[in-house]
Design a protein. Structure first.
Length: 313
């Protein structure tokens, strides 16, 4: 059959579902609550991290030197999630394969970059991850990074930031990552950790989003942070590697300099052995006790809790 003549009466077809629709449906199983923080802790634990740190960033960032003009809408307030493990190439690939994840044995890996990571789309349409020598921007709408190569088939971009001077070419885009949680984009060495940025959806971006209509404001974040602070110490019972969970708030001072304020931290006083010797009972510094039904010998560990809330609302 002549291909040219066939085009007149035959064309490709089939069932398909836009990525934004898939994500919207997935969020029905991952509501916009404190579970988002738990998913990030679980993913970090599966990667072998010992420390997880969240930062509520209230700054308004530069909007000139960006990957594209469309990225300016996401230079406002955000949530950062840091851990001290490194993303592997397989991890980057897994997070791009929606619904596949990188899980192995369910008993050993409780959340690594599976569907749970997509809970971040409750708050954003444009998450990014920087680790090792790579930065990944996910753009499900393909409305921000098309000029950089994003497409419907591959809705996002990966940059090897050590091969170009990202601070020189895209200063406003990458300045927020630079020097945060040890991420030095001017260094000749890879970043030995993982830093996830979740820029908040505004009324303007929510109006155009095909994923979620949730507008993330200060009241919503304050509520989520309070819930997170009240529950975080319990989570150390159910992870294998994470020893410390903490949170800070980042804001600009009157002179324009960023200020990082400690909000709270929770950590194991004694580093319990992994797996079978993980504490079955944890005593909180506030006198609360939580029991774990996990297998293995019973170990009692002291859980130190240091809480300090900012006076700023």
């Amino acid at each position: 059959v002549d291909p040219d003549s066939q085009n007149d009466w035959c064309e490709a077809a089939g069932q398909s579902e836009p990525l934004t629709t898939r994500l919207k449906n997935l969020l029905k199983d991952y509501p916009a609550d404190v579970g988002l923080f738990k998913e990030m802790v679980q993913n970090a634990d599966d990667a072998g991290a010992t420390r997880v740190h969240f930062i509520w960033d209230t700054r308004q960032l530069g909007r000139q030197s960006l990957l594209s003009p469309e990225m300016a809408k996401w230079q406002g307030r955000s949530l950062w999630a840091y851990n001290d493990a490194i993303f592997t190439e397989q991890d980057f690939e897994a997070i791009c394969r929606l619904g596949v994840g990188g899980k192995r044995k369910a008993t050993e890996r409780i959340g690594r970059f599976g569907l749970g990571f997509n809970s971040v789309y409750n708050l954003t349409d444009l998450p990014s991850i920087i680790s090792d020598d790579m930065v990944l921007f996910l753009d499900p709408h393909v409305s921000h990074l098309g000029k950089m190569g994003a497409s419907t088939q591959k809705p996002g971009i990966k940059l090897k930031f050590m091969k170009i001077n990202v601070l020189e070419r895209f200063r406003d885009q990458f300045e927020p990552y630079h020097k945060l949680c040890g991420c030095d984009l001017a260094s000749s060495s890879p970043f030995k950790g993982t830093l996830i940025r979740i820029p908040f959806r505004t009324a303007e971006t929510a109006n155009k989003s095909e994923i979620s209509s949730i507008v993330v404001n200060d009241e919503m974040m304050a509520t989520l942070c309070r819930q997170f602070q009240s529950e975080a110490f319990q989570w150390l019972l159910f992870v294998q590697n994470v020893q410390e969970i903490s949170m800070s708030r980042l804001r600009d001072t009157k002179d324009g300099e960023p200020m990082l304020e400690h909000v709270f931290s929770v950590s194991l006083a004694g580093r319990a052995d992994r797996a079978s010797k993980r504490p079955s009972v944890v005593t909180c510094g506030r006198g609360e006790r939580w029991a774990s039904a996990g297998p293995g010998s019973t170990v009692t560990a002291q859980l130190e809790v240091s809480c300090r809330e900012s006076n700023e609302s």
